[in-house]
Design a protein around this ligand. Sequence first.
Ligand SMILES: Cc1cc2nc3c(=O)[nH]c(=O)nc-3n(C[C@H](O)[C@H](O)[C@H](O)COP(=O)(O)OP(=O)(O)OC[C@H]3O[C@@H](n4cnc5c(N)ncnc54)[C@H](O)[C@@H]3O)c2cc1C
Length: 465
Amino acid sequence: MTDLTKRYDVLVVGGGNAALCAAIAARRAGATVLVVEAAPKFYRGGNTRHTRNMRCAHDAATATLSGPYSEEEFWDDLLRVTGGDTNEELARHMIHLSKDMLHWIAAQGVRFQPSLGGTLSLGRTNSFFLGGGRSMLNALYLTAERLGVAVAYDAEVVDLDIADGFFTTATVRQGDAPHQVRAATMVAASGGFEANIEWLKQSWGPAADNFLIRGTPYNRGTVLKLLIDKGVDAIGDPTQCHAVAIDARAPKFDGGIITRLDCVVFGIVVNKHAQRFYDEGEDVWPKRYAIWGRLVAGQPDQIAYIVFDASSLKLFMPSLYPAIAAGSIAELAVKLTLDPVALEKTMAEFNAAVRPGTFDHTELDDCRTEGLTPPKTHWARRIETAPFYAYPVRPGITFTYLGTRVNRQARMIMQDGKPAANLFAAGEIMGGNVLGKGYAAGIGMTIGSVFGRIAGEEAAAHARN
Ligand SMILES: Cc1cc2nc3c(=O)[nH]c(=O)nc-3n(C[C@H](O)[C@H](O)[C@H](O)COP(=O)(O)OP(=O)(O)OC[C@H]3O[C@@H](n4cnc5c(N)ncnc54)[C@H](O)[C@@H]3O)c2cc1C
């Protein structure tokens, strides 16, 4: 059993990438470290378990990356996806340190592999973990344990003792017993609040009942809320999050990557009234996949249907669940519980508006509609070859952006503008400092690794003094 009675130099709350990077960095800097993870051991590692890659700047191609990705290009990408809603100083600092992260994380036992093929074309910019996020985590846990980091599972922080920005103890519930855990510093790495439907409802209203949470059920924002209530400054908009369209048949939590649907560009997307509501061919999928969760969230009952035909079935990676198939559009509508007349009308109008072009799903082709609202501006082909298929989709929330404000040392900033004495944050819980809105694939892990390392080193240095 992990000793929860001893006073540690650094208490790390959470058990994902940010927490492990912080714990290892603090331990390597000489601190005694306790990691408290709310999940049982089997489910340790939060959303990190589901990840596949991390975005880091690098000067040249490597054995697993197909070319260079400069700091400036990384910054340009971040600026574009956030529309400038980012803290430039922190973002540039993170991007600069991301360069060394590829080496640092490998030194902790994590191995990379060439990019997986698929829909997002990330072979130059993103490093893929050999064996995925779970394997990456297992390597980090092994290293942490070998270094002497203490880890407590089923150990949820339910209260914090903080006065004037000074942390003294955390109340950790393990089994039935609450423990008062003392430490010289605390690193909060406990994720966002995406698994807390009641909290999501405060911003989204009853619609949030229909959201599916792609990752861990343990990221309920308990620590985030405690910190804000105890004077830490919040950053970010509570409605901002990463949300994609996922198979509506996915489980409420933890469906992971295999429930994401990447076939929007190959068909049309209709709501429960069998009406189209957005340009399915607006831009290449890597630039658009992350808007579809929010688009579906804006539709009645937060449900939509991607409809396509036999000519597209083999052009994309399928979901875990098979597409719903039918011999005619009317029959498909019945299977989807849509009005057959309405779906046939929508389809007929779409097909009539399609202009001839040369279909090429790898680039912005010239296949488009004319005189249709909303238009489909690329990859528009008549949907007319039976069998017809559909996937029902719902908003799949990946993670929320509201977080704790931090400075370059990953030290939390209090509501009076002063840095906290001994409180640090890393990962999703402070992601809003860098991501005001939007997303660039792989940046969640960059935020966790870079700020996790900083937080661990700074917390250890503080504990030593
Ligand atoms: C399906 C999916 C795929 C993704 N793919 C990628 C990808 O390929 N690349 C990428 O960069 N990002 C990806 N992301 C986003 C990425 O998972 C996160 O940005 C990243 O894992 C966040 O790391 P973290 O350590 O901050 O949080 P997490 O890994 O979620 O860890 C949070 C931890 O805190 C624990 N915790 C929560 N509350 C408490 C409490 N009160 N007390 C104690 N412990 C607590 C949780 O149990 C968990 O262990 C993906 C997310 C999902 C859901």
